[in-house]
Ligand binder design. Structure first.
Ligand code: PRP
Length: 184
């Protein structure tokens, strides 16, 4: 275990098993697209989505395309108090398409609530959200992800895409950061 980690919440094996189950659950909701219809568009939100996104799309036994966007939080100090703005945009239109947004974590809910508004304005057929982790006790705005890997209490989690100051995203497990590391 990394010395900055206090406790492992979910091991690599637990995450892999959960992602397999999510893949089956999600695939069952999307009937095969008809001839000439565009397939499901899996949209990853950079950067935290990367490990979960890579695992999840390989667990989805259906035709799909992938794309990415980035969002930035601005505001008084913390992400949770800030406004969410679009950074890098998608490279394809989503009008008429089924869109599956893939995220590492839902915390205050601001990021995903705003993103769903942004995407809905473009006229997709559907927008659903898959999040590896959900922290419902931290919500500042109402938001319920359609698919959740794990629900957690309010702890400073890192790994599997989630960072502190840009680090720890590559840990293959999800762990709680030691308090001394982030001054908590
Ligand atoms: C994280 C995470 C979500 C967002 C969730 O992104 O990936 O996008 O925060 O928080 P919220 O529910 O309070 O809006 P971050 O801004 O840290 O960027 P990153 O993906 O590059 O780590």
């Amino acid at each position: 275990m990394h010395p900055d980690i206090r406790e492992i919440l979910f091991t690599r094996e637990q995450i892999a098993a959960r992602v397999r189950a999510l893949g089956e659950q999600i695939a069952a909701l999307y009937p095969a697209s008809g001839r000439g219809e565009p397939p499901l568009l899996a949209v990853g939100i950079l950067k935290g989505c990367v490990p979960f996104f890579a695992d999840l799309i390989r667990a989805l036994p259906l035709p799909l395309e992938i794309d990415f966007l980035s969002l930035s939080s601005y505001g008084a100090g913390t992400a949770s108090s800030g406004q969410v703005r679009l950074g890098q945009d998608l490279s394809v239109p989503v009008a008429g398409r089924d869109v599956l947004v893939v995220e590492d974590i839902v915390d205050s809910g601001r990021t995903l609530a705003r993103l769903k508004e942004l995407l809905a304005a473009r006229g997709p057929r559907s927008v659903r959200v898959a999040a590896l982790l959900d922290k419902p006790s931290r919500r500042a705005v109402p938001f319920v992800p359609d698919f959740v890997g794990f629900t957690v209490e309010d702890a400073f989690v890192v790994g599997c895409g989630m960072d502190y100051a840009g680090r720890y995203r590559n840990l293959p497990y999800i762990g709680v950061l030691r308090r001394g590391v982030y001054g908590g």
